[in-house]
Design a binder for this molecule. Structure first.
Ligand SMILES: [Zn+2]
Length: 108
């Protein structure tokens, strides 16, 4: 037999996101699923020991400019771990090549 009682449950839910690069706040729109104007991703590395856990950083960004700025910063921060580092599910070397290709095209 299950004995029940009524309880009020307080649930934490996102109302907006703050860009981790420029600080812009974007209101979370519950009515438009899949239409997000921000991107969430993580970076880190897989070196031995707790260093790998401590290396995980989580970002929310509001635009492509902020995204590439964070990726470029993290490429610099993770350079010593380039053999096992990842940025938004990309390997360090692929992310570096991608950034190089994109910003070479912009300069041309
Ligand atoms: Zn931003």
């Amino acid at each position: 037999m299950v004995i029940k009682e009524s309880r009020k449950i307080v649930k934490s839910t996102p109302i907006k996101y703050k860009c981790d690069y420029c600080g812009k706040e974007v209101v979370y729109d519950y009515d438009v699923t899949g239409s997000h104007t921000w991107h969430h991703f993580t970076t880190g590395h897989n070196e031995w020991s707790n260093d790998s856990v401590d290396s995980i950083e989580s970002f929310d960004v509001c635009s492509s400019e902020c995204y590439w700025s964070v990726i470029k910063d993290q490429l610099n921060n993770l350079e010593d771990y380039k053999d096992s580092a990842y940025l938004d599910n990309m390997s360090y070397s692929f992310a570096k090549e991608l950034v190089g290709g994109i910003f070479k095209q912009k300069d041309d």
